[in-house]
Design a protein around this ligand. Structure first.
Ligand SMILES: [Zn+2]
Length: 244
């Protein structure tokens, strides 16, 4: 009963420009730090309006491929950058917010990535970046730490640990995920009355995870990460059910 074909993305006037930039990046013709020609030149080259060029630039900007510059003149061309987690992160956050990406699935993905990363980091004997993780860990021990700072450091700690595996795609995905994770963790934990208890528990869990990685016990680190993430998510769920 397929009455109508699924509408494919309609062709946009600036598609050629986007494809050209993608092809240029792949072939190395366009490199990081390059400045794109100005709006007028691009409009002429692709036979599209300047408004269409601006629309394409905005898309690339949101995807973390380009930093647009304001103003006109010879220096007004946008710069090619690469911030993959910026683009992925905002997309993930928005889709979690719109409930198309359920938090439970984000949590599962997080468990998958983080436990894999811990085991792999130990297997590969990677320790570059361990000091970075330790700095975040110790910063979370500050006695007068506020919740906001704690959540930020918590997210950075997990990204740093995942980065130990040495896989930049996993690292980027973790950076992206951490944005959406922080959203739900913050909302729910902020409402908790017993925050000091939660804080103490989180600190203990983080230290145990770090020690397991440092002493090269990958399986143990993975188990601890698993229960830490599940425990946190349970707190968040209970809180959201208790809320009125
Ligand atoms: Zn944590």
């Amino acid at each position: 009963m397929t009455s109508s074909k699924t509408a494919s993305t309609p062709k946009r006037t600036y598609d050629a420009l986007l494809h050209d930039i993608e092809a240029g990046l792949r072939s190395g013709r366009i490199k990081l730090g390059d400045q794109l020609p100005g709006e007028r030149i691009l409009a002429e080259k692709y036979g599209i309006s300047r408004a269409s060029v601006r629309e394409a630039m905005r898309i690339l900007d949101v995807m973390g491929i380009l930093r647009s510059s304001s103003g006109s003149g010879p220096k007004s061309g946008a710069l090619i950058i690469s911030e993959p987690s910026a683009g992925l992160s905002s997309a993930l956050r928005l889709h979690v917010a719109s409930s198309r990406l359920p938090v439970a699935d984000i949590v599962e993905t997080r468990i998958l990535l983080e436990t894999w990363a811990a085991r792999t980091a130990v297997e590969r004997g990677n320790s570059t970046g361990l000091e970075q993780a330790r700095e975040f860990l110790e910063a979370m021990d500050a006695p007068d730490i506020d919740r906001e700072t704690f959540h930020a450091l918590d997210a950075q700690f997990h990204v740093a640990l995942s980065a130990l595996a040495g896989n930049v795609v996993i690292e980027t995905m973790m950076e992206s995920l951490s944005g959406s994770i922080r959203g739900y963790v913050k909302e729910t934990l902020d409402a908790l009355e017993q925050w000091p208890d939660v804080l103490a528990k989180l600190r203990t869990q983080h230290h145990a995870i770090f020690d397991a990685v440092q002493t090269r016990n990958g399986d143990h680190a993975a188990e601890l990460l698993h229960s830490h993430i599940v425990w946190l998510y349970d707190q968040a769920r209970h809180q959201s059910h208790a809320g009125s």
